[in-house]
Design a protein around this ligand. Structure first.
Ligand SMILES: [Zn+2]
Length: 96
């Protein structure tokens, strides 16, 4: 399912437009499938109603239908987390 969505949409988060990293160690940056139309409003699990988003952005969006209003906030938060992950994550040098 995720593969199909990536093929269709590319690997950008549909909310903040920052590239998704499937191997991120930050749980909030993990790739989630977001319902464009929330299930509570009749949205279903079909491909057309699903887009890939960061866990963080997905959660922040909640049931808003228009992500534009939160895009700025998400982008800033996601980029802050990405840079933190880059700083704290070091290559594992204990194995040789
Ligand atoms: Zn995002």
């Amino acid at each position: 399912m995720l593969r199909k969505i990536f093929d269709r949409d590319g690997t950008l988060c549909w909310i903040c437009r920052v590239p998704l990293d499937r191997k991120s160690s930050d749980l909030r940056l993990r790739v989630t499938l977001d319902h464009v139309t929330p299930a509570s409003e009749g949205g279903d699990l079909q491909l057309y109603n699903l887009k890939a988003a960061h866990a963080l952005c997905n959660e922040r969006r909640g049931t808003l239908t228009d992500p534009a209003s939160i895009r700025k906030w998400c982008r800033r938060e996601v980029q802050r987390r990405i840079s933190q992950t880059a700083v704290t994550e070091r290559p594992n040098s204990t194995h040789s």
